[in-house]
Ligand binder design. Structure first.
Ligand code: ATP
Ligand code: MG
Length: 461
């Protein structure tokens, strides 16, 4: 038994990633990262661990971003100290996670995530591994401690596997990630099929990071992506939602969404995207909306996830709403039915948390109210706490051609007018409305709740 175990340990063949391993050390003269670019908390955490006799490095996205001249979102530290040892060194720290235990070190408002080097990430990496995978190859455990080199190899892309030593100011590169960064190549570590199977979220990370970093996905890495897309169905919906939100709030949402569709990854996330993007109106709406969102994110302005999902799902609601009206349902009940239907479908696929439902529904439900430009109705709408989001949403509908431009212009003018001007604008609308009533006895259009005021260009919906 012991002999069998030892022979397995010593005779095992090198895996694809092992055969690539050759440690390169890049000095500060070459890499150009300066210590002042690192937050004091991250610096202090790594240096204190080193002073306590452990090895400790900045790792992952932060090193990558610094090399690319980007400002890192956060700093992670990797060390050979165990979570308990880390916790003992830092008074203000706590161990988090049950399966994958990490330590959060706090300095003021800043939190640095410290993880212990992890070991091999799949069974064929050796008999010492106690990880297990499900029937699709998805890794169920990833919590075995290992060496620094093993920690590099269990990461996703070579560009994410660089270690920065803040004392020596050197970068340790086991997997040629430094050159990949310089060549702007996203290359998965190890066998692409196996690594995507282990964690299908890596498929989405490939798309998001390539867009954010303006990198090409390496050909070998990209090859199996389309075929493996169905594996996203096995990822817990809450994890998919988190990743989707990161993608939408990355400042590159438009590129990411187009790329998801091109690579066939959208089916499990936004299954109607194909249909929506094939209709000129749907395509325009999503393009304009995501461009605006990206602009806001880049200017550090807040973006509400509820608003984003209201956008992404609107044309599904619209199509279903129209079909219900065509089959004789009244506009408002039909809209509410369509909203419930689309939201409940989406909960199953993407686990959009129910806490966002209220915002999404309010934005949608307020849309017909913009059409009621008579009496006190516009004033009541203005006073609604969600008015601004619903108004921005309505303007996007105008910009995309779903509503007439004149309609959005009227509301813009109404908003900037004083009260007496507003009264005049409404009186004018009432006169126009009366005039229309006299001239026409046409049946109301199915798309408009207040048909005589219909601002919707029906021909194009
Ligand atoms: P960003 O923070 O800009 O979204 P990131 O690469 O820093 O990008 P994080 O989620 O912060 O992403 O992860 C930190 C590091 O952990 C990554 O750089 C990578 O080394 C590793 N990592 C994250 N997710 C995975 C994964 N699914 N599989 C393997 N390694 C991962
Ligand atoms: Mg990060």
């Amino acid at each position: 038994m012991i002999r069998k175990f030892l022979s397995k340990v010593f005779s095992r063949k090198a895996t694809a990633s092992e055969s690539l391993v050759k440690l390169s050390i890049i000095s500060s003269k070459h890499h150009g990262i300066r210590r002042h670019q690192i937050t004091p908390c991250a610096l202090k955490t790594a240096l204190n661990l080193q002073q306590a006799g452990f090895s400790a490095y900045l790792v992952g996205g932060a090193v990558r971003d610094l090399l690319l001249g980007l400002v890192p979102k956060d700093f992670d530290v990797a060390t050979d100290a165990t979570p308990e040892e880390i916790h003992r060194i830092f008074r203000r720290s706590r161990i988090i996670g049950r399966r994958f235990r990490l330590v959060h070190v706090m300095c003021g408002a800043e939190i640095v995530e410290v993880s212990t080097f992890r070991g091999p990430s799949s069974d064929d990496d050796g008999p010492a591994s106690i990880q297990s995978i499900d029937q699709h190859g998805r890794l169920l455990h990833d919590n075995v401690f290992g060496s620094q080199e093993e920690d590099a190899k269990r990461r996703d892309f070579t560009v994410n596997a660089l270690f920065y030593d803040p004392a020596k100011e050197e970068i340790l590169d086991y997997l040629n990630g430094y050159n990949d960064i310089k060549a702007k190549k996203m290359r998965i570590i190890g066998d692409p099929v196996q690594r995507f199977r282990e964690d299908p979220v890596r498929l989405l990370r490939a798309v998001r990071l390539a867009a954010k970093l303006d990198m090409q996905i390496d050909t070998e890495t990209a090859k199996p992506i389309g075929d493996l897309a169905p594996l996203l169905q096995n990822v817990p919906p809450s994890r998919l939602f988190d990743e989707m939100l990161k993608l939408l709030l990355s400042g590159h949402a438009l590129t990411c969404v187009i790329e998801l569709r091109t690579r066939g990854l959208h089916h499990g996330l936004l299954p109607m995207l194909d249909v929506i993007l094939e209709q000129p109106l749907g395509e325009r709406f999503i393009t304009i909306a995501l461009k605006n969102t990206d602009e806001r994110v880049r200017q550090n302005k807040p973006v509400s996830p509820g608003f984003l999902f209201a956008i992404l799902l609107w044309h599904e609601v619209l199509a279903y709403w129209n079909s219900l009206q065509a089959s004789g349902e009244k506009p408002l009940p039909a809209l509410f039915k369509a909203m419930d239907h689309i939201l409940s479908l989406q909960h199953k696929k993407l686990a959009v948390p129910r806490r966002f439902d209220a915002v999404i529904q309010e934005i949608w439900a307020m849309q017909p109210r913009f059409e009621a430009r008579v009496g006190r109705k516009p004033f009541r709408l203005l006073a609604h706490p969600r008015f601004r989001a619903a108004y921005d949403f309505m303007l996007l509908r105008c910009e995309s051609g779903e509503l007439s431009i004149e309609f959005g212009e009227w509301w813009k003018a109404f908003l900037s007018a004083d009260n007496s001007e507003r009264e005049k604008m409404l009186a004018k609308q009432t006169t126009i409305k009366k005039g229309r009533r006299k001239r026409s006895h046409k049946k109301p259009s199915p798309n408009s709740v207040i048909a005589s005021e219909n601002p919707i260009d029906n021909s194009s919906t």
